[in-house]
Design a protein around this ligand. Structure first.
Ligand SMILES: Cc1cc2nc3c(=O)[nH]c(=O)nc-3n(C[C@H](O)[C@H](O)[C@H](O)COP(=O)(O)OP(=O)(O)OC[C@H]3O[C@@H](n4cnc5c(N)ncnc54)[C@H](O)[C@@H]3O)c2cc1C
Length: 300
């Protein structure tokens, strides 16, 4: 199918884009990479009369690495972020995860901020924003507001953003010294959305685990992060297998996936436990998480 007739606007400044969104109202939709929106339009699941294309706006194409966070502008594609040496050095979890997002062709056009605005529970980057304690900045003609990930996502494909707001950037928080990170997921085919996925950030100091947080993909309606610190703090990293059972129990107590045409709830639940155990033991015994490492090799 083709989209319903619409008018595409190509503003050349942020002010012009914000004014268009405000004046047109709920009939307008922001378009960035189009990798999620265009299929939705083609299937006529949405029929906005106007698109406001933000790919021509100046100043939204930067990746800024600061002491506290990696800031990603709204025009930065998944691929640009994945390939950024500075972002990788500051926050390896970005690349570890991004190589699992769709296919390279889609990552070449799709934006990381667009993926966050889209808020797909099967999308990896909304969860990574939450796991890193990140924030986004939204602007409209009324001004600017910064939202924590925990306040942004309210349901599947649903955020608190108003129709006339543009997300200008996302800030992924950096982890403290000694933090090891990894991402792993299982999809039926490479590049497909995951049946289940998980990311872990665990701090290891002098051979002992300290803080630990785990986030999940495709098994929760909104990005969900579990704090595992009380289960692992003070335990020897190379003995992490001894606490893996308790971690899996915590995961199963909080993660309650649903069945769909791709997998049953029971299978996703089982898989989430397997991925959680694998991430913990791989990261703390010095072995990189398997699927991320394989994907990284493929991307280099
Ligand atoms: C075959 C296929 C497989 C895919 N697999 C995966 C996958 O495995 N994992 C994954 O995470 N994603 C996957 N995607 C989606 C891909 O990551 C998209 O690029 C991303 O979700 C949206 O980014 P975009 O820039 O293309 O946004 P668009 O498609 O342009 O927009 C998506 C939505 O976000 C809104 N939006 C976009 N940018 C902004 C902004 N700056 N401010 C406010 N609103 C905004 C739009 O209005 C729209 O509602 C897949 C897509 C395809 C087609």
């Amino acid at each position: 199918m083709k989209p319903a007739p619409l008018t595409c606007h190509s503003p050349t400044s942020l002010d012009e884009a914000l004014r268009l969104l405000h004046d047109i109202g709920s009939e307008a939709k922001v378009i960035a990479g189009g990798q999620s929106l265009v299929p939705v339009l083609n299937m006529r699941l949405a029929t906005p009369g106007h698109l406001v294309d933000i790919t021509g706006l100046p100043g939204l194409d930067e990746i800024r690495v600061g002491a506290e966070a990696v800031e990603v502008g709204a025009r930065v594609t998944h691929r640009q972020l994945e390939r950024s040496p500075a972002a990788y050095a500051a926050l390896p979890l970005l690349r570890q995860t991004l190589v699992n997002v769709a296919h390279p062709a889609i990552r070449n056009r799709g934006t990381t901020v667009g993926s966050i605005a889209h808020a797909d529970p099967n999308g990896e980057m909304p969860m990574i924003l939450a796991l890193t304690g990140g924030t986004v900045t939204a602007v409209s003609v009324r001004g600017e507001r910064t939202l924590a990930a925990a306040d942004l996502f309210v349901g599947p494909l649903e955020t608190v953003l108003e129709p006339d707001e543009i997300l200008v950037c996302a800030r992924f928080g950096r982890f403290p010294e000694g933090t090891r990170t990894g991402f792993t997921e299982l999809a039926r085919r490479s590049g497909d959305y995951a049946l289940a996925g998980a990311a872990l950030a665990v701090q290891v100091i002098a051979g002992q685990m300290q803080q630990a947080r785990m986030g999940f993909v495709s098994v929760t309606e909104v990005p969900t992060v579990l704090d595992l610190t009380d289960l692992v703090a003070g335990r020897a990293a190379d003995q992490s297998a001894a606490v893996a059972e308790a971690v899996v129990e915590r995961v199963h107590a909080h993660i309650d996936p649903e069945s769909d045409i791709h997998a049953t709830a029971e299978y996703r639940r089982h898989l989430t436990g397997v991925l959680a155990r694998r991430l913990l033991t791989d990261l703390t015994t010095g072995e990189p998480a398997r699927t991320s490492e394989e994907a990284l090799r493929g991307a280099s």
